[in-house]
Design a protein around this ligand. Structure first.
Ligand SMILES: C[S@@+](CC[C@H](N)C(=O)[O-])C[C@H]1O[C@@H](n2cnc3c(N)ncnc32)[C@H](O)[C@@H]1O
Length: 282
């Protein structure tokens, strides 16, 4: 019988195997190995000469094979960090992106001025926006909506595990299940990718739910719908925060103006792309 491989040997072989399909083969191998063994980064270094058990080795190679086929690391380990919190994710949820933290920063500024505000998160996915706001501002009253019951289940589990109690989850096609309520803030990272966008066939995006990504020919159908209907669900002086694509800033500002919003402002990411627009109903 072949002696078991050492940690270092296994990681080297895995890195080699992933080098054709992944941009970060060494990091991917380490994350997957640590996921299986629960090793910290320090333990991984300390144990580099230790033998790996057969069970761990075969589980590890299963994950490496999945990764080789392109499955996102976040789906393989079942989680992704957002706003320094760990969110469970699976194939029914979008994988939270660092860009969405731009929206979160703005939402938190609003809660600092209005700690008891009512907030609606449209298209909550893993719940990352609603739950992160709730974590920062336990006095806010938050409703989080999604059309996917599978995504809402994950979001609900995330809320429970992260100990937030001020988010209500609602299965709804955008505003359909809301009645006469009014909110101080509507926040949304809706689908905004055009149906023929070339990014849809690249990297992690290939594995994410189409319904979380695509929104008509130009990627703007859901943003238009949300902007138009938000008027009926906002308090006077209520605000809207929408994440959008890097080239959609001018179009989104124009949509918001046309439906009746004022004071439109757009916030950029670190590469200076326009990513989040905010507007107010006066
Ligand atoms: C871009 S993802 C955003 C997920 C999460 N908020 C985030 O920032 O990672 C868009 C979300 O909108 C949801 N969605 C799509 N169409 C919807 C609709 N008609 N009504 C409610 N939610 C919808 C999708 O299921 C998905 O979870």
């Amino acid at each position: 019988m072949m002696p078991s491989a050492t940690v270092e040997h296994l990681l080297r072989k895995a890195k080699q195997q992933l080098s054709k399909t992944s941009d970060s083969p060494a990091l991917d191998s380490e994350i997957l190995f640590r996921h299986i063994t629960n090793y910290s980064t320090t333990e991984l270094i300390r144990e580099s000469e230790s033998k790996v058990s057969d069970i761990n080795e075969s589980h590890f190679w299963q994950l490496i094979l999945e990764r080789e086929k392109g499955t996102p690391i976040a789906y393989l380990v079942g989680k992704r960090e957002f706003w320094s919190l760990d969110f469970a994710v699976n194939e029914s949820t979008l994988i939270p992106r660092p860009d969405t933290e731009i929206l979160l920063e703005q939402a938190i500024k609003i809660t600092q001025q209005q700690p008891y505000c009512k907030i609606l998160d449209l298209g909550t996915g893993s719940g990352n926006i609603a739950i992160s706001i709730a974590h920062e501002c336990p006095t806010a009253n938050i409703t989080a909506v999604d059309i996917s019951s599978d995504a809402l289940n994950i979001a609900q589990q995330n809320a429970t595990r992260l100990g937030v109690q001020n988010v209500r989850f609602l299965l709804s096609d955008w505003f359909n299940k809301l009645t006469t309520e009014r909110f101080d803030l509507i926040a949304s990272n809706p689908p905004y990718v055009a149906k023929d966008d070339e990014h849809l066939i690249c990297g992690d995006v290939r594995f994410e739910p189409r319904s979380a990504l695509i929104s008509g020919d130009q990627g703007l159908d859901d943003i238009k719908h949300i902007a138009r209907h938000s008027l009926n669900f906002l308090e006077k002086n209520g605000q809207i925060l929408i994440e959008h694509g890097a080239t959609q800033g001018a179009k989104v500002r124009s949509i918001l103006h046309k439906v009746g919003f004022s004071r439109c402002e757009t916030f950029n990411d670190l590469s200076n792309n326009e990513r989040v627009s905010k507007s107010q109903l006066l």
